[in-house]
Design a protein around this ligand. Sequence first.
Ligand SMILES: Nc1ncnc2c1ncn2[C@@H]1O[C@H](COP(=O)(O)OP(=O)(O)OP(=O)(O)O)[C@@H](O)[C@H]1O
Length: 193
Amino acid sequence: MIVSVSGLACIRGGRRLYAGLEFTLAAGESLRLTGPNGVGKSSLIRQICGLLPCTEGSISLSASPALADERAALDADRRLGEALRFWARLDSAPSDLLDQAIERMGLDALAELPVRMLSTGQRKRAALARVLASGAALWLLDEPGNGLDDASLGALGRAMDAHVAGGGTIIAASHFDLPHSFTRSIDLRYCAP
Ligand SMILES: Nc1ncnc2c1ncn2[C@@H]1O[C@H](COP(=O)(O)OP(=O)(O)OP(=O)(O)O)[C@@H](O)[C@H]1O
């Protein structure tokens, strides 16, 4: 099992968002999180990667996660290629993975541009390339399609398909359909306490 969530609750700002959440994900599975604004999709993703505490219930991971959320998490002053290489080195990922990620996300022509000059969609593609290049088995994607044009959405879908086909695992929160056939789906509306 790559992810195992048991009896999980989340309290934010004194409000209980969800409780008694239970699911497991194996290698090669992908889970879509849905539900209205504020239901707790981002909070759950942040709990899974350890950025928010679990005060009730438990999460156990048997693979390292890589996160792409609304922050690019790339040094704004570095050129894009360098900023991505910085993370790939930290992740000890093979360099061909980074080249492949840059190509997959259509970023070759932007590699020399400082990160601060990227457009919204380009920044999102860069954050996704960081995850693709990490070599992490578990991808945590918070609204990965936001800001992407049709071609980039297609590229994202193909990258997700390939990750799952290769035994990777994905948890993605998305308000709209992504071009990937998720194996599982949870609507957090129905997990409210
Ligand atoms: N730092 C915080 N302190 C207190 N409450 C917070 C904090 N961050 C988020 N919240 C609240 O937690 C709730 C869940 O937020 P979260 O971002 O997880 O929802 P979401 O389902 O991802 O929403 P969206 O669809 O808008 O992205 C919201 O009501 C939000 O106001």
